[in-house]
Design a binder for this molecule. Structure first.
Ligand code: FES
Length: 107
């Protein structure tokens, strides 16, 4: 399935993220530099912060766990209702075409 990452300046990059892979790794493997993912998906860094496009928020859902919600608080950029930690979002067929916005900074 395809995911489009849109940078804060509007640059859009469409990448392929295999089903079952999380969005953080999908970004990293495809050179999306706005996603850092320092802890490797261990839910301890918040440098994989992203904003799910509003058309997709319902399908992607809200923070998967309280730990994600709490860690989001330490994200470098503004936290919005659409904020997620991309390592906690797993790709599915239903998310084909997903649009994800990346923040200006992860620190
Ligand atoms: Fe560290 Fe997502 S990669 S919390």
């Amino acid at each position: 399935p395809k995911v489009t990452f849109v940078a804060h300046d509007g640059r859009a990059t469409e990448v392929d993220v295999p089903v079952g892979e999380n969005l953080m790794r999908g970004a990293l493997y495809n050179g999306i530099e706005e996603i850092v993912g320092e802890c490797g998906g261990g839910l301890s860094c918040a440098t994989c912060h992203c904003y799910i496009d509003e058309d997709w928020t319902e399908r992607v859902g809200s923070p998967a766990s309280q730990a994600e919600e709490e860690l989001l608080e330490s994200a470098g950029a503004e936290v919005r209702p659409t904020s997620r930690l991309s390592c906690q979002v797993d790709m599915t067929e239903a998310l084909d075409g997903l649009v994800v916005h990346t923040p200006e900074t992860q620190y």
